[in-house]
Each structure stands twice: as structure tokens, then as C-alpha cells.
Design a binder for this molecule. Sequence first.
Ligand code: ARG
Length: 570
Amino acid sequence: MLTVLKANLANKIASSLELPVEAIESGLETPKNKEFGQLAFPVFRYSKDKKMPPPKLAEQWAKVISELSVEEIDSVSSVSGFVNFQIKSSVLQNSVSDHLLARPNDFAEGVIGKGQKVIVDLSSPNVAKPMSIGHLRATVIGQAVVNLCRAQGFEVTALNHLGDWGTQFGKLAWAYQNWAAEYDFDKEPFESLFALYVRFHKEAEDNPELEKAGAETFKKLEDGDEEIVKLWKWFVEVSLEKYDEQFALLNVKHDKVLGESFYNDKLAPTVELLKQKGLLVESDGAMVVEMDDEKMPPCLITKSDGASLYATRDIASAMYRHEHLNGDRMLYVVGVEQTLHFRQVFEVLKKMGFSWVEESQHISFGMYRFKNMEKMSSRKGNVIRFADVIEKAISMVKEIIEQKNPELEDKDKVAKQVGVGAIVFNDLVNDRVKNVDFDWDQVLDFEGNSGPFVQYSNVRCLSLLRKAGVSEQDSVGFKAELTSFEERELMRLLLSFDQVLFDAYQHYKPHVLSSYLLDLCRQFSSFYSKQRILDAPEDEKASRLALARAVNMVLEKGLGILNIEAPAQM
Ligand code: ARG
């Protein structure tokens, strides 16, 4: 959108400045002070060549460009080494019409991903354990990354690498066989499973015999013992049912669930291949791939009893993702604490000669920090649960609605949309690599940097259109030229949306989009409070409603990419 304008402008002024068109096109940026215009061109790098101090050069170039009377430009000015362009309102408006209003279904989308497939590993919880806040992040960030990739034209497979294998399932099966009668599995199957898990680990602290019994039961599971396999399958089923409820709450959908156990029959061939390639070294009976040169500890492939490890399964899984799911690019949305694990896995794949591993990336993220609550281990049973946080958000929003807007229709539905949106937005508003300081006041601040604020801004756009009698099907268009600073700035922001989506995609950083949406909402507020809209003269009113519609379109699409719903009223 703005990129088209930049290209246009560059074409028209390049020869007079004796610069290549591309240099201008790529040099054009957003002015530091938005009052100066919508585009700025810094001249510093040319100052030496042209033997002129930057302010002087900018002044000269501004004069040269003014004399060209380029039809898109209202005025050109120079400020301390920058040439600033005020673009004609009519040009900005036409751009908003052509690129946004006229293309409700695919505006701002990119095509660079066409014909390529991305596999995104997201959520990936562990059977019989409640999803933690870490899994909430892996789910929320993961789904946003999925959506950002899709918006660039990539085909995406959202994959749940379910933690459904390991000695803990022997322990759980043993606990079930011995203690199940003490729990109410009919009423609370998932909670009961987790209770067994916690109890086993607690009792095993004082009774090492339990560890042995658990290991033996796991051996039975590995050997295909009918009864234990049946139990294990049921553990997985009960857990998936629970997770699906929570994914549904977040509107998250995996295209595939391939648990760690899916790779069981692929592990021996993987280990064999590692051996053939001469990468395996024995170390105290275990098999490892050494990583001294990479200054990393060795990557453990099989334990001394022959059992495989988390890394082994990830190696087999990566090969499967490339060979059978046809992934051109593999992304893993997993917490920062697994950085070493992924570096090792990628390094092993590289040593195996798989060049596609260059396209793999660990999309890591920081932790939540709740006031007075440290990160806790699920073995002890006192995790902060994903579902609890969301439920609390929904009930708090419900209270706010009861106070502020008790007449609202569909209160429960809206409370859910806003409560969930608040949690998701709060997660996505900061750079994912940073820790999140979780503060309820901020999460639910309807006027702050929050999801509810963005949703509410959208509701304001919709209510403006409704009050003006414009329905969703009605087309809107610009009639009068809107020349105020607030309006031009609003248009500049609207026309930057495609670039924002691209930037957010490029670094897999949803916060680039979230911060942009906040800027857009703030600019909309300033427009809304300074300009007459419904009681403006007809043509101006039409143009302002067109702006409101464009803002509504961008907010809805932006929220959609963050996987947040946009209620029509709240
Ligand atoms: N189940 C793991 C955990 O909860 C996350 C799995 C991430 N994906 C992977 N391919 N290793 O920590």
C-alpha cells in the first residue's frame, strides 16, 4: 500500500536527484515527527559524495523536488538532513480505497509464501498434566505465527507434538492399577489422572521401590502388553479431550496431532542412520553425538538400557516433517528453557547432512512472572494453570460488563470474547523473547495497552457506522478530501498495515502487529475526538465513515491474525 506510493515517488524523483530508483524506494521511511508528513528521506549517506553537510543537501533536494511538481506531493520540506513529503490527501484516500476498501477479503496479504509449506509445532502439552502457562504461551504465540505465515501465502500445518511417551506413563499405569479406586474417574477423569501422577512422584521420594515398579510397567508398555497399552491409550484420550476444550476456548486448531509415540517405530532406523554416518559415540554405555566443536554438551541419543530420549524423537520427527509432511520450513514454538535442546537437535540434523535444517527455527519465548508466585514444578501439583487464568479473566470481564453495560446482549459470549482476548493480547503485546510481568489491572485496562482497548476501538467504529445507517454490505467511499493531521496520520497508519504484517511475519514476532494495532487505536481516538463525524457536512461525513470502515477492517483482520475475536458490541 504505502510501498506502491514509495515506488511511484521514487520513480518520479530519482533522475533529478541523480540517484537510483531503488535507493530512494528503500530509503523512504516514516518521519520521526509525524507532523512533517507521511514519508521522509534521510540524506546522510549521500552527504560525503555530494560534498555537502546533510541539512544543506536535504534543503537543496527539497527545492529540486518542489520544482518538479510531482502530482502525488502536497509539499516538500527539509528538516536536519531529512527530506519530508506531505502526500496529497486525495492520493492517500485513493490508496485506502483501492488497497483496502475495495478488497475486503484479501487486503494487505502477501504472496511470498506461495507454493511453500511451513510446519509449526505449537502447544505440545504432556499427557496427564494440565497445560501450564508455558503451554498457553506456546499455543497463543504459535497460533499467531501460523496466521502470520498464512497471511503471506504459505501453506501451514499446525502440529501438536503431544508428549505421550516416556517412563512417566509406566508410573502412571502402575499408579492407576494400584490406586485408581481411591479417585472418582467417572466424574473427573483428567483431574484424577493428574492426581495419580502427583501422588506417585510424592510417594516415590520416600519409596524408591516405586521407581522400579514404574520402570517395569513402562517396559511392559514398550513391549506391547495389552492391558498397559489399553490404559495408556485411554490416558491419551482423556487428556486430548481436556486439551481440546481449552484449545476451543482459544479458537486454536491443530491440523495434526502426532505424539512422541508416533515415532516409536522410526527411532531404530534413525539411530541406525546416525551410526552409518559415523556420528554415534559410546559414552558409559549410552550413545551420544559429540558436540565439542560446537561448544555444547553431547546430545544423548540412547540411554545405556537402549531407551530413546526426547532428542531422539525430535530428530526422527524433524525428518518426518520434512519427508512426509513436505515441510520446507520447520518452526518450533517452545519456551526459552529448551534452547539447548533445539540447538543440539538442529546440529545433529546438520551433521547428518540435511541441508533443510537451515530452515528450522526455535521460536522461543520467555516466562510469565506473577506477583508473589514463582515458576512451579508440575510434579508438585501446584502449577499455575492455563485454564484457571482464562476462567478468571472471563469472570472479571463479566463483572465489568455488569457494572458498565448491564443491558448488553449476549453478555456471556462477549465476556468470553473479551476475557480470552485480554489474555491473548497481553501475551502478544511484548516481544516474545521477554518475560511477561502479569498484572491483572493492565490485562483488563479498557483504556490501556490491552486487548479490550483494541476490541473497544473496533466497537466504536462499528457503532459509528451503525448510527450513520451504513450496514455491513453497504459500500462506503471518500467524497470530500480530509486534510487534517489526524486524518492523514490515520491514513498513513492504515496504509502501513501490509508492511506491518510482513515485518511481524519475518521475525515471527506478533508484538509488531499488536503494537501497531494499539497505535492505530490511539490515532483513531484522536481522530474521533477532534473531528465531527455524524454531524459533519454530507461529503465530509461520508469520507470519515469510509475511514471508520477502513479502521474497522484493519482492526478485525489484525485481531484475527492474533487469533482474537472482535465482538460487535461490548
Ligand atoms: N511437550 C514438550 C513440553 O511440554 C514440548 C514439545 C515441543 N516440541 C518439540 N518438538 N519438542 O515441554
